[in-house]
Ligand binder design. Structure first.
Ligand code: F6P
Length: 371
């Protein structure tokens, strides 16, 4: 076992239901192994602010909160994050890293567990490279970390949105309307795709698959004219490009009205699906990842991101996971693959192909069975 005494836990980026379950699990596991735990408040910014704050009471209240077993009682049920969150561009600068390292040294933080999305993991890998071992836990409603089949918060956001879509269906049905709804997800269409299938939407627009507007309009027209459908749902992902200076969905709504005559509204679920009590699935995944992250630190491992792969909790090297993510999103930088072996690159390619094939299969299926 490595000679760690104190770990810091932080959450960063967009909050996601289940972050608290991960914080609880990591805290309790670490305490049970004789480690001290400190919660870093407000993401990486908490670390930076703590570096030079002279008043130790302020540090404890605002930036670094010692966590004991009771500090994490009754949080497994709660959405959001008790450690708060932020996006912290300063952390990515050399001056920001200097401050973070100063804070770790000053408050004896030996290792960090960072809960969040890809920006969070870039921070974790920077910390590791500067001598503070760090492990990432993927938590974002977007499910846009390609190395993992499931991010913490995705399942809850889906279930929260399902309730909202059921409500939209009631009003669409009452007024014989089509409702085009935008769903968060950043550049990733998983939320929209799963919701499209789960709500029986007639059309789905996501960045990963070319959107066939003609076909979508034809399906919507047929639903009304051939099958007499009153309430019609269409879903579009936040990541779709703007059209005619408007949100994609807002523009599509105008096209539906112009070309089918169906009374149509556009709405945006926005942040409503980012909060709320985590589902059992998110609590389970978060708890296992929290415990396993601590186990890895105790095992002297670092620069890893916890993942669900082939339905198992496992971990990948963060650099591998980030490059795999860039490969999937077609955002590889020049020379980025050079540090990987041919075998690793082949594994990444297979992983990306399987992910894309899954998206395309579900997308086709959603259209096939919608009416
Ligand atoms: O990453 C989670 C997410 O909710 C995305 O779906 C969305 O694009 C983004 O965060 C919104 O960020 P903010 O809450 O900072 O506006």
């Amino acid at each position: 076992m490595a000679n760690f005494k104190k770990i810091g836990i932080l959450s960063s980026g967009g909050d996601a239901p289940g972050m608290n379950a991960a914080i609880r699990a990591a805290t309790r596991r670490a305490l049970s192994q004789g480690l001290e735990v400190v919660g870093i408040l407000g993401g990486y910014a908490g670390l930076l602010n703590a570096a030079d704050e002279a008043d130790l009471d302020v540090v404890r209240q605002k930036y670094l909160r010692p966590l004991n077993s009771s500090s994490v009682s009754n949080i497994v049920t709660r959405g959001g994050t008790i450690l708060y969150s932020s996006r912290c561009p300063e952390f990515a600068t050399p001056a920001g890293m200097d401050k973070a390292l100063r804070a770790c040294e000053r408050f004896n933080i030996d290792a960090v567990i960072a809960i969040g999305g890809d920006g969070t993991f870039r921070g974790a890998t920077d910390l590791t490279n500067h001598g503070i071992p760090a492990i990432g836990i993927p938590a974002t409603i977007d499910n846009d970390i390609s190395a993992t089949e499931q991010t913490i918060g995705f399942d809850t956001a889906l279930n929260t949105a399902l309730g909202l879509f059921d409500a939209l269906r009631d009003t669409a049905e009452s007024h014989a309307r089509c409702i085009v709804t935008e769903v968060m997800g950043n550049k990733c269409g998983f939320l929209s795709l799963y919701l499209g299938l789960g709500t029986g939407a007639i059309s789905i627009a996501i960045p990963e698959v070319e959107f066939d507007r003609e076909y979508a309009i034809k399906k919507i027209r047929e639903a009304r004219e051939v099958y007499g459908k009153r309430g019609i749902l269409a879903i579009c992902s936040e990541g779709m490009p703007k059209m005619n200076g408007k949100n994609f969905g807002d523009d599509f709504k105008d096209e539906i009205i112009a070309r089918t005559g169906i009374d149509t509204r556009f709405t945006n679920l926005g942040h409503t699906i980012r909060g709320g009590n985590p589902t059992l699935r998110d609590r389970l995944t978060a708890s296992q990842m929290g415990v396993e992250a601590v186990n890895r630190i105790l095992d002297n491992q670092s620069n890893l991101v916890m993942c669900v792969h082939e339905n198992r909790i496992t971990s990948f090297d963060i650099n591998y996971a980030l490059t795999l993510d860039h490969m999937y999103k077609n955002t590889l930088k020049d020379g980025e693959l050079e540090k990987f072996t041919a075998q690793e690159i082949a594994r990444m390619k297979a992983h990306c192909e399987a992910r894309q094939a899954k998206v395309e299969r579900l997308y086709r299926m959603a259209y096939d069975i919608s009416m």
